[in-house]
Design a binder for this molecule. Sequence first.
Ligand code: HEC
Length: 137
Amino acid sequence: MIMILAFTALMGQQPAEATVELDFEFFRSQVQPIFLERKSGFTRCVVCHAEGGRVGFLEEMERGATEWDEEQSRANFEAVSRLVVPGDPLASRLLMHPLEPDAGGDEFHNGGRQFSSQEDPWFQTLAAWVNGETAGQ
Ligand code: HEC
């Protein structure tokens, strides 16, 4: 725990964060699908992180639905935004928690180390979003 705090404090000193704005369209089109996608050997993020769960930062989907509607996407955007530091992926819990400790991840994630390295495509997409990439790019 102390290690996480020290790490966050260190990363928080980077000046970039104030200027970056998180883009909703990029979130909806690029980030949300990650929470729904299957990766071999792992459970999908949405299975453990939909509302009602202990760490439910995602909306519960309608029965039979394969994606979130507009309102749910907005709610997801709000909740997931609270797990990142805009402009600073390496200080963002959303990225560091599922990351392999050998690759810089923090200590423990009940859902497994879904990002094997910082080159992982999911990690890269989340980092782009945190860095303010917009859907138009
Ligand atoms: C098997 C269930 C499971 C899966 C699958 C899972 N997680 Fe988790 N996750 C948990 C649990 C339980 C916690 C809380 C305990 C802990 O920190 O490990 C957690 C914690 C987190 C946290 C910290 C939340 C906070 O409020 O501090 C983040 C971020 C996170 N998970 C992201 C993800 C992402 C992204 C995925 C998919 C790539 C994922 N998780 C897949 C079970 C899961």
